[in-house]
Design a protein. Structure first.
Length: 333
């Protein structure tokens, strides 16, 4: 079941993002040659009308191959009206930006659903003091505390069992009678959770605000991570997860309940949107930067051959990075 949820979860995000490029290109009468799930080598392909739909071996994403987009010799492009290369800057920008827009839309829908249903009350651990009873028992920040609906209920239970061994989340721990200042009997910080249902249509508007606010926070975190990496601090990069890491995250969300899974879909969809805006070759942000430079300076500064070489190099780097991250996730298991 977890494997199915993970595959379904990734398919929603990948197909949603690529469908954005696909549908906007179709709406603008630009020819789409291939819609691919995963990256080559190809496993299966079938052509419907003018577009080929393929399933590929490397499950790290997907792609849409648009007519004239990667033509080295633009003179060989016969149908200029339907070629991406000969479109206006606005049309090119719309096609490139459509994937990010769809990811934001997916998050908006997910958050609106979560708000309309509400989320059950509970408690998360947001901090664990090193050397405390909770630390020694194996509790971690971000862990959901099972069996308690409110912080007051949890704290009352702990106070009633000071000096006694108790079991929480299948972990044996003994709350301290004498506690260091500011640490508490277990040595953890807790964060109450729970959302009351929001009626329609307020949930729609609030869902959009939540999506945009979350996207802003992701941009801040992503910027801090990239700045740290450029400064030689690679610790934050160790938190990046690939498909195997996503599998574990989906498993944890599934154990909490389906509504947490829906929320997770929204959060990671926004992460995918933010990642794709980075002006790096092979990402949507990089492609948008290229067409902007070509619009300003023409092909003299950045010709088509140079763009393709840079994009291929960027693509190979991203594939190598995803393979490395996947190996890291497997080792951490």
């Amino acid at each position: 079941m977890i494997i199915f949820l993970t595959i379904f979860f990734l398919a929603i995000l990948i197909l949603g993002h690529e469908f954005g490029h696909f549908i906007v290109a179709k709406m603008l009468k630009i020819k789409v040659e291939e819609f691919g799930i995963g990256f080559p080598p190809r496993l299966f392909a079938r052509k419907f009308r003018e577009t080929e739909y393929s399933l590929n071996l490397l499950p790290f994403g997907g792609f849409v191959r648009i007519y004239g987009e990667d033509a080295l010799n633009t003179k060989e492009v016969k149908d200029k009206k339907r070629s991406f290369y000969y479109q206006s800057f606005i049309k090119k920008a719309l096609v490139i930006s459509a994937g990010v827009i769809i990811n934001i839309l997916i998050a908006w829908i997910a958050f609106s659903v979560v708000l309309s249903v509400g989320m059950p009350g509970g408690i998360f651990i947001n901090d664990v003091v090193e050397g405390s009873p909770a630390y020694l028992a194996g509790f971690e920040a971000g862990e959901f505390i099972e069996g308690f609906e409110s912080a007051d209920e949890f704290l009352s239970y702990i106070d009633a069992h000071l000096g006694e061994e108790i079991v929480i989340n299948d972990k044996a721990v003994t709350p301290r009678i004498d506690t260091p200042e500011g640490e508490g009997p277990l040595g953890i910080g807790i964060l109450p959770s729970g959302i009351d249902p929001t009626p329609f249509p307020q949930n729609i508007w609030l869902g959009l605000k939540t999506a945009l606010r979350t996207l802003g926070l992701i941009f801040i975190a992503l910027g801090s991570m990239l700045f740290g990496a450029l400064s030689g601090n690679f610790e934050a990069l160790s938190q990046v997860s690939g498909p195997v890491g996503v599998f574990n995250i989906v498993k944890d969300a599934g154990q909490l309940g389906s509504i947490y899974f829906v929320q997770l879909v929204g959060i990671i969809s926004l992460n995918l949107a933010a990642l794709n805006t980075i002006p790096f070759p092979a990402l949507d942000g990089g492609r948008l930067l290229f067409i902007a430079l070509q619009k300003i300076f023409g092909d003299k500064i950045l010709n088509k051959r140079t763009e393709i070489i840079i994009n291929v190099a960027g693509f190979l780097f991203l594939i190598a990075l995803m393979i490395a991250v996947t190996i890291k996730d497997i080792i951490s298991l």
